[in-house]
Structure formats: C-alpha cells, structure tokens
Ligand binder design. Structure first.
Ligand code: FPP
Length: 251
C-alpha cells in the first residue's frame, strides 16, 4: 500500500533546486489558540498539531529538504498544568508507538535533542530505540526537540568543555566555534538555513540560539494545526528569494 509518506518520496525532485534550504527548523506554535477558537480543550489543538507534523514531514520530503527539526516540547513547557503536560507526553508516547515504523521504512533518521531524562522511562526507551532503529537512514534527518532549551544546551556544552580543560584533555587556546559546536546536542547536524515560526509570534523562544546565528527567519500568520503543504511551499519560495550573506558584503 502506498502511504502519503511514500507518495511524497516518489514525488521528490531527483535534481534538487540549488535554492532549497538544506535544513528547515520549525517552532510549531498556536495549538492552544486553534483549540480555543473552536471552544475545544487544548489537547484537541495538540492532537491536530500532531497531524500537521505528519503533513510537514511529507512536505519536507516532497521539497527535497534533507534536515528537518521540530520544536515539540520546550523545557518551559513542563510549567504548564499537570493535565496539559500529561496530554502532551501522552501524545508523544502515542506518536512514537504509531509513527516510527513508517518513518523508519521510508528512510527517515530520527534524533532527539533536549533533556530526555525528565520523561517517563518507557518514553526514554522508545526515544533510544527510535534513534537506534533509524540510524542507518539518510533520506530525511528528522530531529525532534523535546524538553529542549537552547540556554541549557549551551550551558551544558560550556560545562563539558570546562571539565575537559580541567582534566587536561582540551586546550582552551585551541577553542574554535566549530570546536565548541561539537559539545552541543546538535553535533553532526548542519545549522538551520530557515527557521519557521507559526501563529504570528515573532521570537525564537530559546530554540537553537547558537545554531540560528545566520538562519533566515519566517514568521507565518497561521496557527500550527492549520499548517499545510501550501504554507511550507510558500516559505520555501520566500526563502529562495532571499540573499544570504553570512555577514559579508554583497559582491
Ligand atoms: C505550541 O502551541 C505547541 C506546543 C507546546 C507543543 C507542540 C506539540 C505538537 C505539535 C503536537 C505533538 C507533536 C508530536 C511530535 C507528538 P501552544 O500550546 O503554545 O499554543 P498557544 O500559544 O496558542 O497556546
């Protein structure tokens, strides 16, 4: 049976456009407002948000994007009501159990960044298993940020570096930006070229702060559950028109 995901793969261009971003990262915002506008509980927005995640993975594959990172749960999200945290972790559990097999068989490699030790042991186990089970794939590299906060990530990297210096394993004079980046949880993942945030809010909310140094930003006026392939395509088209200088003057 041909699934939507395998269909997306079949439709991916063989010759990728030189203007397509290699790495797209998404701050999926607006689930709560989507639910409130329909007089539904917040969990209904998150559920619909999970469907939008599925559509987005398909869209990324169709557009030949090789790296996709999604912000599914921030370190600050633990401060939401106990009920909503339970709903979100329940959805994550369900997502891991129902979607991973299909992602794996369609060439998706999964990685998770963030403090996974805060999740229940069964979820931690599923995360490790999903990473191990898909480590040989390379069609799409999907990174899910869970219990993630960029400042905590940078602090952990600084701490690890400090320990390496203390133990005589690292010469601080030899430190480079690339060397420091190896201590981050995104080691091995290219920096995002494009960061999309939905729901009209215009901020990064502690997402990939180091890695976002030269990313193009796209703030879309659509609530995450309403995000479709057309929005993804529009963001791709807008990106292709931008001139990226990485701090240099135009030639
Ligand atoms: C922001 O909306 C979204 C989240 C806090 C969670 C993102 C979760 C999903 C998209 C669904 C689950 C995903 C997976 C991978 C299982 P918000 O609640 O902050 O919305 P609001 O700002 O309108 O209140």
């Amino acid at each position: 049976m041909r699934t939507a995901l395998s269909q997306a793969i079949a439709e991916a261009p063989a010759d990728l456009s030189a203007t397509a971003p290699r790495h797209v990262a998404i701050i999926m915002d607006g689930n709560g407002r989507w639910a409130a506008s329909r007089h539904l509980p917040r969990v209904a927005g998150h559920r619909e948000g999970a469907r939008a995640v599925r559509r987005t993975i398909e869209a990324a594959m169709r557009h030949g994007v090789k790296w996709l990172t999604i912000y599914a749960f921030s370190s600050e999200n633990w401060r939401r009501s106990a009920g909503e945290v339970l709903d979100l972790t329940g959805l994550l559990r369900q997502y891991l159990r129902t979607e991973i097999a299909e992602l794996a068989s369609n060439g998706v490699r999964l990685r998770f960044i963030g403090d996974r030790t805060r999740f229940d042991p069964d979820i931690q186990q599923d995360l490790t298993q999903a990473e191990r089970g898909t480590s040989g794939n390379s069609r799409l590299n999907l990174t899910v940020a869970l219990s993630y906060g960029a400042r905590a990530e940078i602090l952990a990297a600084a701490r690890a570096m400090g320990e390496a210096v203390r133990d005589g394993k690292f010469d601080p004079d030899a430190l480079t930006e690339e060397g420091f980046a190896q201590f981050l949880s995104t080691d091995g993942i290219p920096d995002p070229d494009l960061i999309i945030r939905t729901s009209g809010e215009q901020r990064l909310s502690n997402f990939l702060l180091w890695q976002a140094a030269y990313a193009e930003l796209a703030f879309l006026d659509v609530l995450w559950p309403d995000f479709t392939e057309a929005h993804f395509a529009a963001a791709m088209a807008d990106y292709s028109r931008r001139e990226r200088r990485f701090g240099a003057r135009p030639a």
